[in-house]
Every structure is written in C-alpha cells, then in structure tokens.
Design a protein around this ligand. Structure first.
Ligand code: SF4
Length: 733
C-alpha cells in the first residue's frame, strides 16, 4: 500500500514533472540524463544511430543521433523505447544449473566448469560434432568472431549456425550463386535517388520503418510493391501488385520475358559482365503475360506495367525481405531478382541495385565473420587457398580449418532428434517461439544430454528447458560493432552495467576458452572487444568485406562506415559493390540462372482450405522477449490476431473479435482474436509470429529451402474454427 496515496497526497507529481534539458529542451524531468552515451539500435538491421541517456547509472531515455548516416536522428517506436528493455523483470541475473530437476543459482566457476566438462564428456563419447551451437544476429561482430574460433578450433565442432538462417540465409545463398559472394550491393542512399523502387515481399513500414524516411526523401520515384497482403507499405505504392502467395518467381520471369521481347535489356552489360543469357532467355519463353497472369492472379496489364516501368527506368532499385527469403524457393527467388537487375545493367550504379534488407541488428556481421555459411571474410570452406590464408593469419595448421560447412540450423535440430547431437548451446535466441513446427523442436530438445542457454533474459520458453542458463549482457551493456543492411559498420557502446552477475557474451566466450584450455592458443592477450576487432581487421583485409581501414573512433565520429574500407582509406563515402562490373567468380562475370516457378509445397485442400501467411508488426521484435517488457509497445499490441477476408468470415459465420483456433496437419493455435479485413485476400489468413502465448509455429511446417536451409514459414494450409467454450461458440454474445 502506498502511504502517500492513502493519505490522499499527490503521488504522480514527480512522475509527470517537466524540466528543460540542454539537448532535448522541455521534456519529462525523469528522462533528463546526467550524460548521453552514443550507440546503435539493437533491434533491426536498419542500424539507427542513437544516444542513451544515463542518470545515476540507469538508462532513462533514448534519442536519435542526427549525425548517423542510417537514420539522421529519427527512430521508430522500438528504438525510442529501447532503454526499457534493460531493466525488465525477466532479465537473467545469475548462472543457473539444473539440480534434482530444478534450476538453482550457482557461481560462474561452477557454471563454466560444468559446461566444459559436459561438452567434453559428450564429445569424447559421441565424437566432436555431437556438440551443436546456435547463435544469433544479436551479438556484436567481435563476439561472433570470437565464438566462431572458439567453437570450430577450440571445441572442435563444425555444427555451428545461427538464427540468421531463419531469416536471411536465402539472400546469402542467392548472392553467392549469382555474384560469387555474399554482400548486398546497394546502399540506403539508392532508395532516395532511384527513379523506380520495386519492393518484393518487403513490408518496410512495419519491419524497417526508418527506411521509409529514405523513400520519402525521393518524391519523384515510382514505387512498385508486390505482396499478397495490402500491407502498410503496399498502401504507399504507385503500383501495387497483389500477387498470389509465392508466385513472385513467375512475375519476375514474366517481366524478364517482356523486357527481352521489347528489347529493354542492356546487351552490352550482358555480354561483358554476365554468363548464361541464352539459357535464361530460353527458360523465360514460357512465361508469357497470359501464363504469368494465371499463376500470379495479376492482370496482364499489371504485368506489362511493372515490366514497362522497370525496363524504362534509368536507375531502378529492387528491395526484398522475408516475403522472398521465407520459402523453399527463397534462394532461387533471389537469383531471379538478380537476373532482372543484371540483364538491365542495374547494379553498382547510384540508385540501381538488387538489395536484400536484412533482419537483425547484426545479421550482416555474422555473415561476414563467418563460420556459419562461409569462413571469416567470405572465404569458402572448399577453397584450399582460403583455408591456408586464414590459418596463416591465425598461426594454426590449415588442417584445422574445416573444409566443408557443418550442419545448418534445421539440420542441427534434425540431428538432435536423431540423437547425433547430444549437447546444444543456444545463444541469445528463443527457438521455442521462433522455430517452425514446434513439436519437432520440443521432441529434439528432449533428446539432449546437456542443454545450455546463454541469454540476457530468463525465463524464456527456451531457457526454462535448459540444464544451464548463463546470464548475458544485452544492448546498452556491452561494446563492439554492428553492421547494418547497407554494409555500414556502427559502434555499439556500454551505457550501463548488466544486472546481477550477468556478463557480456564476449567475456563468457573468453572465460569458457580458459576453462577449456584454448585461450592462450586462440585468444592470447584478448581482454576486450577491441582486441577481436583488430584481429578481424587483419582477417578481412583484402576481402570484399574489408574493414582494415577502420578504427572505433573513426566509425563513431563518421556516423558509421560502410565496407569495403581498406587500409589507407582517407574518406568516408557511400560505397556500392560491383560498380566496375567485376564479380568475385572464377571469370569475373555474374551468373544468369534459369529459375523455374513451382507451386509452394503445402497447397490448401478441403480439410485445410486457407493459406496461412506469417509476419511481423512494428511494435514487436521477434519472440517479444524484449518488447513485451516495454509498456508502450506491449499496450499498443498485446495479443496475436488472425486477419481474414470478410467474404471468408461470412461463409464461416465469424464476427470481428471472435476467438478462433487455427489448425494445420501438425498442430493448433487456440483462442486467437479475429480481425476481419480486406487487407488479406479471400482464401488467405495472416498471423504475426511474435507471441509465445499463441505461437503460430505450432502450425507451421518443416519445409526448408534445399540450398539455404531457410524455413518456409509462410504458406501452410490451415483451417479456422471458432474456439470451443468461447462466449461466441456458447451463443452468449
Ligand atoms: S528502424 Fe530498426 S534500427 Fe531503427 S530504431 Fe527502429 S528498430 Fe531500431
């Protein structure tokens, strides 16, 4: 009981008091800090620069950094309230070890000694690859680089992947197949100077809000949006293409067909910088406007219009995100997009680029620092020269560098199910909510001999199942760098201390290396992230993702620096890849690849008549571990919902706000609020994937891209029924 309140005194005066801050002006008194710490947003890959306001050792506010080149001072709702995540109740504070069935507090010595002993035991008994590691795009690059060395060279397991495979591995594989290397070619500036911006499966208004600011800076562009749902981004479009789910390959092939027919291709660029044009030309012959119309549901006029606008543009930009990547055909869709850009010579020029918009704040850093899909610095596992070069920098024998990649994320889960992997270390990710087809995952985790979760938060649906929980620092509590979607490296700084005994992931990795006896060999002299950064600069030198000219101070002062930035660079400027038309392939030419459209794997049927699409909303981040703890975000979007077209709702006798169950052949999500809206087309339904309480991954499928291994989260067949026992189903409303 509050005594002041009982006595009828004012208890809110302090909370709502205003004062004047030297930087922000007239503002809430409690948000005025003692000092500001410059850093980078820890949510999405836009990579906005910001300041954290610190008062008496606590983060009390956040403001955008006007000098940062990704956002120039603006932040979205998540960034603006990010400081609330630091003091949330569900922070992990102490190491916890399962004893007699319960997680009990232990000290770090016991936690790390147990971890090292259990890993060693499993590997001695079942082989080195019986250890699996799943990390995240939430780490700073320095941590990810250290972790790669620790897992592959120190612990000796190849089975190391990250949650980045769940969101952008198809972009990685697509770039490698088309261009010979990963690496998004364009820059955000292209959004502001392109004459045509073509967004495919990219709802940037919800998922990368600050990119809309770059679009707004370009009033003369024509915006084309292809999406099965009338998203907020679709509402901004000059030409909206409401295509059927997963028909984007047919649309792109149809556009290529028309561009070739109308001679709107760049023959000189094709001849000088690509191979495979004749085969591509043959492969798109069948994609006539009439055929494409049949597949996509678009009119032939819409298809002509899209091709005409793109083909006549001087500098068109193509952006995509999960609408493309989350598919069994994700990699090939990326190749189709690259085909379109290449045959028109629209790559490496201001405004003109194919461009993957990445998910997490440092998904790009994980791609560059490697050990997931390639060796550090985009080196190839299968290339002996690459392995020797890396081994020489590290002073280890080349035989110790893996010559093939280990298991990808879904294959680690399958191997756990098959009891081939017996110990699993999950770092800063929450697969119980984020992994498709939940039942398979839960069965596989039950097979483990030892399960470690290292996270800034506990309990999470995943950490609750762990044998060992390691408490980690999060954004705002640690130092390093993030790389955003446009290859811009930004500085991340510690504003406050982590809670309890939580340590930075970097400290945890080094401490485990000491416990396992590999610190001296792999990390001699390393004490702080900067030590890793200096080595990473050497490892990246001369590679496409060259960081060797950067230093922490310069990065910070410049509002981020884009790679490549080789040693000797004197000026920070916008960079684009492949401006010279030379690609990192054997012959220096990009590959035009024939890509065939195929129907998605699980078609609707009489039993499960709806196509379920999953996605995000602006208020939340991934599995809501953080954003559920931010009052303003949680109040704006507290529950999951299901979008259904009015026509379908009428035929099922459903009303707005009814509670419904969504069921597939694999499982059921119960009690979801129904939203009846024309945002979604008849025959389709949409549900956000953030909510553990109504976890859409109970119904999604175990279907993966055969090349990238990215899950097909979208397009599963479901039925929708009124929730049993709800007021509506009992006829009480
Ligand atoms: S757009 Fe992304 S990086 Fe920028 S503030 Fe929002 S969540 Fe953070």
């Amino acid at each position: 009981m509050n005594l002041k309140r009982t006595l009828g005194l004012d208890i809110l005066g302090e909370k709502y008091a205003y004062a004047t801050d030297a930087v922000t002006g007239y503002t809430s008194a409690q948000k005025i800090p003692n000092h500001w710490v410059s850093t980078t947003c820890g949510y999405c890959s836009v990579g906005c620069g910001m300041f954290v306001g610190v008062k008496d050792g606590r983060a009390v506010s956040v403001r955008g950094n006007p000098n940062h080149r990704a956002n120039f001072g603006t932040l979205c709702p998540k960034g603006l309230s990010e400081h609330y995540t630091l003091e949330s109740e569900n922070r992990a504070r102490y190491p916890l070890l399962r004893k007699n069935g319960a997680l009990v507090r232990v000290d770090w010595n016991e936690a790390l000694a147990t971890m090292a002993e259990k890993f060693r035991g499993v590997q001695e008994k079942y082989g080195p690859d019986a250890l699996g590691v799943l990390s995240t795009g939430q780490l700073v690059t320095e941590e990810f680089f250290a972790l790669g060395k620790l897992v592959q060279l120190g612990l000796g397991s190849k089975n190391f992947d990250g949650n980045t495979t769940l969101c952008m591995s198809s972009a990685v594989s697509g770039y490698k197949r088309s261009f010979g290397s990963d690496g998004p070619p364009g820059s955000y500036e292209d959004l502001a100077i392109a004459d045509v911006v073509f967004l495919i499966g990219a709802n940037i208004a919800d998922n990368h809000p600050i990119l809309c600011q770059w679009l707004e800076a370009n009033p003369n562009k024509t915006l084309i949006v292809a999406d099965p749902r009338v998203t907020k981004t679709a509402m901004m479009a000059d030409l909206f293409l409401p295509l059927k789910p997963r028909s984007d390959i047919a649309l792109i092939n149809g556009m290529i067909h028309l561009l070739i027919e109308k001679n709107l291709v760049d023959h000189q660029y094709i001849a000088q910088h690509t191979t495979g044009f004749e085969a591509l030309k043959q492969s798109v012959r069948a994609y006539t406007p009439a055929h494409v119309s049949q597949i996509t549901g678009l009119t032939t006029e819409q298809i002509f219009k899209a091709a005409w606008i793109y083909g006549n543009a001087k500098a068109p930009f193509i952006g995509w995100t999960m609408g493309v990547n989350h598919s069994t055909k994700g990699t090939e869709t990326v190749n189709a997009i690259n085909n379109l850009a290449l045959i028109t010579g629209n790559i490496g020029r201001p405004g003109a680029s194919p461009f993957s918009i990445t998910g997490q704040c440092n998904a790009m850093g994980t791609r560059e620092a490697g050990f997931t899909s390639s060796l550090p610095g985009y080196r190839k596992f299968e290339n002996a020269e690459d392995r020797e070069e890396l081994a020489a920098i590290w002073g280890v024998s080349a035989e110790r560098i893996p010559n093939s990649r280990g298991l990808a994320y879904p294959d680690i889960i399958e191997a756990t199910l098959a009891k081939k992997i017996r110990a699993l270390w999950v770092i800063a990710t929450n697969p119980i909510v984020s992994y498709p087809n939940l039942d398979v995952l839960t069965q596989s985790l039950e097979n483990l001999d030892f399960f470690v979760v290292q996270d800034g938060f506990h309990p999470t649906p995943t950490s609750e199942r762990a044998d060992l929980v390691l408490p980690a620092a999060i954004w705002g509590e640690k130092e390093g760098t993030y790389t955003n979607s446009e290859r811009r490296v930004s500085k991340v700084n510690r504003a406050v201390n982590p809670p309890g005994e939580a340590r930075s992931d970097f400290e945890i990795f080094l401490a485990l290396a000491k416990e396992c006896g590999c610190y001296e060999e792999l990390f001699a002299g390393w004490n702080q992230p900067k030590d890793a950064f200096e080595e990473w600069k050497k490892v990246s030198a001369g590679r496409l993702c060259d960081y060797s000219g950067m230093d922490y101070e310069w990065i910070e002062k410049s509002g981020g620096i884009q790679w490549p930035f080789p040693a000797g660079s004197t000026e920070v400027k916008t960079t684009r890849l492949y401006s010279d038309g030379i690609f990192p392939t054997d012959d220096g030419k990009a590959r035009l690849l024939p890509i065939e459209w195929k129907p998605f794997p699980e078609q609707p049927n009489a039993q499960f008549p709806f196509v379920l699409n999953t996605g995000r909303t602006v208020e939340h981040w991934h599995t809501r571990t953080k954003t559920s703890q931010v009052p303003i975000l949680e109040r704006m979007s507290p529950n999951a919902w299901l979008e259904m077209n009015p026509r379908d709702a009428t035929s099922l006798h459903l009303k707005p706000h009814d509670r419904v169950d969504v069921e597939s052949a694999r499982g059921r999500v119960c009690g979801v609020e129904l939203r009846i809206t024309e945002i979604i087309a008849p025959g389709q339904v949409f549900m956000p994937f953030h909510f553990a309480e109504t976890n859409v991954n109970q119904v999604t499928q175990s279907a993966f891209d055969p090349i990238s291994r990215e899950p097909n989260y979208k397009q599963c067949a479901v039925r929708v029924i009124k929730t049993a026992g709800s007021l509506e189903s009992r006829g009480e409303r």
